[in-house]
Design a binder for this molecule. Sequence first.
Ligand code: AGP
Length: 610
Amino acid sequence: MCGIIAFTGSLDVIPILLEGLRRLEYRGYDSAGIATVDEAGIHVRRRSGRIAALTSALDDEPLAGNCGISHTRWATHGPATERNAHPHVDEAGDFAVVHNGVIENYLQLRQQLEDDGIIFRSDTDTEVLPHLIARFWSGDLVAAVTRATEVVRGTYGLAVVSRHAPGTIVGARLGSPLVIGIGPHGHSIASDAGALANHAEKVVYLADRQVCRIDANGWSVSTRGAAAVDCATHDLRQLVDVGDADLGGFPHHMLKEIYEQPEALTNAMRGRLDDADATARFGGLNLDPRQLRGVERIIMTACGTSYHAGLVGEYLFEELARIPVEVEYASELRYRNPPVDRNTITLAITQSGETADTLAALRESKRMGHTTLAICNAVGSSIAREADGGVYLHAGTEVGVASTKAFTSQVCVLAMLAIYFGRTRHLSVSQGERLIAELRALPDAVHAALRCHEVVKQVAQRYSHVRNVLYLGRQFLYPVALEGALKLKEISYIHAEGYPAAEMKHGPIALVDEETPSVFLVPRGQVFDKVMSNMQEIKARRGPVIAIASPDDREVAKVADDVIPIPDVPEWLQPIVAAIPLQLLAYEISLLRGCDVDKPRNLAKSVTVE
Ligand code: AGP
């Protein structure tokens, strides 16, 4: 999942590319590079590390011009070194390419090219592209790029410049997102619309196998270079909230997004709670009443944090809608061969809408004949556009690699969907009314939960040095235990595992010692006594216990070493409130350990490769 942005027009291209790269850095930040093209040829600057390293390289050796391509990398093939940084060029330096995706047959292609005497200068799969384009060059850049893409297997979102055609940029897409930006001072190509926010007014989404050509005066799209195709243009301001990307006074995007959750939840519910019919309403599900009532099974599929939201959704749908649910890792579902059932819906859950595994699982479900829905944050993203229907989170841009407001918004949307399905089945009007009232109170409860931050800071001080942590919960809170463990792992690099609290005695309790704290999700509820017993089992083995508990719970305070209070809410909504202290705990421990909270090592925000 790399980030690409290219521009050609009447403006100085360097500031545009650098700003676009900053907006794309969430997609990967192992290295960055820029290539400009003019009558004198192609000029390249590349650096390993963050975009700041590239910026200082440009300070030392400035580039100028009106046409260029640029790239921020998440390494898939070849270490994160300068020699592997994009752009990559052919031997003669006539063509430069930036690429997001994986060329699966690159070794075979590289061997063929080396047999023909081509000298490779990197370890990347991408480098085969400029050499192939040079080989197929016969005066038309679109044709050369098209032919090169026809011999590669895998995925690509790419942009190409040539010294033979200064001012022209060619893009091509298969499996990795690519958009065209249309603006008053020029045109651009980028991995997502967010990178275009400061110079484009309209956006065109490329489809798979489409090739585009842009220059200062216009743009065109063809399918593999054949007949030109008409493409819909979208108003950029409808898709990207430019204001989201800055920090708004917070030290990190992640903390800003944690504190945005009351507002994000309000936005997720806005216009969707129907008091008159005591249900929820959605504009884009595209399910007719017969389909709605005919649903007999739901397969939820996602990755990472979104998968954890799906696990909460399983409890919600079974409790409120009485519909059987299976939650599958998208990377597994896409290769399984589950029985086809016309009355099954596949529901993809995704923040970015571009996760390759989730997109592939969605496409496989469609191929098998299932109706597909998506819960997505990024408007106009691939998954949002390819699902038969869906629901947007309206959570605003989520920049921090560790997902926070998207998770709680996903759970909120799943709760509303469960009510919606439930009210077409057995949920009574009065039950619907109660559930909706409880949802309406949720943003205030989350706002109250954020008051635990000072307590969390003290707890973080005591445990920032540990090497292993266990997260334990039951029922609706078991998935939140998994999510809390993931948050800690991905931004503090501490090993953490989530388990159903009762599962500890079946093996994992062997891990417990004085150096291994256990975080228990133990607010008052139907399984409170059971979880208290599990806490006692840990204490009996001298394991430190951190309890996420109801306010002033003296019974918990007698057992736990540390207590982080959260407001009491109905059990079906506890996952959203209980996630807040776990997000804050991971954040504070990450800070104490000197980790990069917003761009943790080895990760990227949107995983658009398998
Ligand atoms: C979340 O904290 C992680 N960064 C990661 O697991 C993420 O949830 C996963 O990659 C799925 O992303 P998506 O929601 O954009 O599909």
